[in-house]
Design a protein around this ligand. Structure first.
Ligand code: B1M
Length: 210
């Protein structure tokens, strides 16, 4: 019987080969795809997220864990779809107009995916109009904005205003090195988080999922 604890450990260690092998073995044995996702893969990424937040592991460890999860997800995703397993929620994350920094945004996306969210990567240098357009197209429940420059922070305010004016029903959350809770409050964002692991907690809180 495929060992879900060993699968979590493979993700935690960033051991792609073992993560893929255990996932495949579990699929072949007929293990419930939801259990492979939740008990194995998400369990491992959650652990990494908790340790990242506590500064016990750093960006490289998160990246290799996320890569192991991604490889395993490639074979698991069709099975999840067949089994009708719904994602925890739908989110879209992008870097605001004028800003090309994407390392933090990519980490947020990886952690959200690691927690079972379906995530659209809106890219970098995304205008307010594009955010609105992509949010409508994708049917996302959350729009996440990232900014690393003090000069691009105002683009967050413009984007949040455009989202509100468009009338679409989404929650907004923001983050990035110069961003604070006070700034989020000032521009009317629904949420702020300081790091990628906390972004998962915030996204779940905004959607009211455990
Ligand atoms: Co730039 N850069 N950069 N840069 N760069 C900074 C940000 C800077 C602080 C460096 C400095 O001067 N000390 C400075 C900004 C100063 C300021 O505005 N206060 C700066 C500058 C000035 C610039 C340029 C203007 C330089 C120039 O050309 N004169 C230029 C601007 C380009 C543009 O965007 N238009 C520029 C360019 C670049 C590179 C292209 C060379 C490169 C980006 C490569 C890339 O991203 N693909 C780059 C880099 C790498 C940096 C530094 C060194 C590192 C940024 C980073 O990736 N950090 C940075 C200095 C530094 O931080 N030491 C710097 C790691 C990343 C994981 O952290 O993005 O903060 P971060 O993400 C965290 C959290 O903030 C949070 O979670 C992440 C993980 O925990 N988070 C969210 C992020 N987004 C979130 C969204 C959320 C929630 C949480 O919800 C949606």
């Amino acid at each position: 019987m495929a060992d879900m604890e060993a699968l979590s450990q493979a993700v935690i260690k960033g051991d792609q080969k073992t993560a893929v092998e255990i996932t495949q073995a579990a699929i072949d044995e007929g293990t419930d795809p939801k259990s492979i996702l939740e008990d194995g893969l998400i369990g491992g990424m959650n652990y990494i997220g908790v340790r990242f937040k506590a500064n016990e592991v750093y960006i490289p460890e998160v990246l290799i864990a996320a890569r192991a999860m991604k490889m395993a997800m490639e074979i698991l995703e069709p099975k999840l779809a067949e089994a009708g397993v719904e994602p925890v929620g739908k989110a879209m994350v992008g870097t605001v107009q004028g800003d090309l920094h994407d390392i933090g945004k990519n980490l947020v996306i990886m952690m959200l995916k690691g927690a079972g969210f379906e995530v659209v990567d809106a890219g970098v240098d995304v205008s307010a109009e594009k955010f609105v357009e992509k949010a409508k197209e994708s049917g996302t429940q959350i729009v996440g904005l990232s900014a690393l420059l003090t000069t691009t922070m105002p683009a967050m305010e413009t984007t949040i205003k455009a989202i509100k004016d468009s009338g679409i029903s989404v929650k907004t959350m923001i983050g990035g090195a110069p961003i604070t809770q006070a700034y989020a409050d000032k521009i009317g964002a629904d949420g702020y988080s300081a790091d990628a692991a906390s972004a998962v907690d915030k996204a779940k809180e905004l959607l009211g999922v455990a």
